[in-house]
Ligand binder design. Sequence first.
Ligand code: GDP
Ligand code: IMO
Ligand code: MG
Length: 423
Amino acid sequence: MAVVIVVGVQWGDEGKGKIVDLLTEKARLVVRWAGGANAGHTLVVDGKKYVTRLIPSGILRSGVTCVLGEGMVVDPAVLVEEIRTFRAQGFITQDRDLVVAERAHLTLPHHREIDRLREERPGSIGTTKRGIGPTYESKAARIGLRVGDLFRPERFRARLERHVTAIAPYLHELGGAAPNAAEIASSYLALAEEIRPFVGDASRTVHDAIKRGENVLFEGAQGVLLDLDHGTYPFVTSSSTTAGGACAGLGIGPTLIDHVLGIAKGYATRVGDGPFPTELSDATGELLRKRGNEFGSVTGRPRRCGWLDLPAVRLAVRLSGIEALALTKLDVMAGLDRVRLCVGYRLNGRTLDEMPLDADDLAAAEPVFEDLEGWPDAADGAVPPGAARFVARVASLVGIPVWATSWGPGRLQTVVEHNPFAG
Ligand code: GDP
Ligand code: IMO
Ligand code: MG
């Protein structure tokens, strides 16, 4: 048995959903620990596309329990929509296919409204406008409502009244309307009925599965560089995206974790604002965006594209204790004569091996590039030698092995060197 955490090592959208779906073949539980409907994970199986938002990417495999952990923020309208969609497609056939943590916090309509209003003002950071930051703010301010409150209607209404009283002045200041507690209670308590069969103690569920010796896969959302504490602040999300966050988010002790794996694209993307030193604003960036279909699965925004930033990857590897990397979207890079790797940064006459996190240092730092030969499209599934050299160079420069490479969105378009659940 193994307990494995998988994290994205860039700014999200590394292809985590695809790889998690693949690894779920051998997992019993797939667990999300942070974030909410800001995530969008795309899975392609037998030519059919599925997108998960709150539900972990193990949902397509029968016999697998998908867990939404305590550290997540749950928008019940999105969750109900997602449950209905997957059910209509023949998934989530039993109550035990899904566990929603009763202590996860609820995104309320005005959390989304606050997010939206702030994004219209100077100093915006390009959020997904799904209310993620404001929900975590309510949680930290101890005025949040939790999934479990939905099933104690009197308590829900009383807590909601207190919450609305506390948050209304801020909404007013932003130019938003005061929340209508009665309307929220009526719509949320109705949605609760569809969630009820799945609500439980996620922490205990995961803990007991690990103790029974089951294979458990923790699926990171976002990416390590978007971590609230260790990312490119303030252009980050509002939760803990590092592997350590999995333990905090589920209330699982670090001694129960066996492996941590990372996922990176062969190039880099970022959606939203914030520093991106290897960004390509030229035809190559445009080509990667087109070939890679780099448009946000949640917001449809074009993703900014650039070269793979190894000092950033090294930082993520250190922050999450990553033992091996998967490299995705190598097919998208095929056909380029030359590909580049950022191998270090120069700042004030010094060479840095990790991306600096201070905003001013990062703005002043100059990426140092190494050029490699490109590769043609892979014929008959064989890895082109140029791509193999690229992969080997990444492994050598980061100092950890590459455990899988991905050559298309489909489940089967993957070369797995080492499956962490294989024993
Ligand atoms: P996630 O948020 O990390 O799960 O990634 P997203 O699903 O948001 O974005 C990755 C996109 O790339 C999705 O549309 C995937 O279907 C697609 N994808 C994943 N791996 C590959 C790959 O190796 N090649 C290609 N062409 N597309 C891929
Ligand atoms: P997945 O799980 C890419 C980014 C937003 C913005 C910042 C803050 O699909 O990889 P938020 O709405 O979280 O307050 O936005 O974080 N962001 C993501 N970017 N993929 C994601 O998720 C993201 N989740 C948040 O674009 O820059
Ligand atoms: Mg995504």
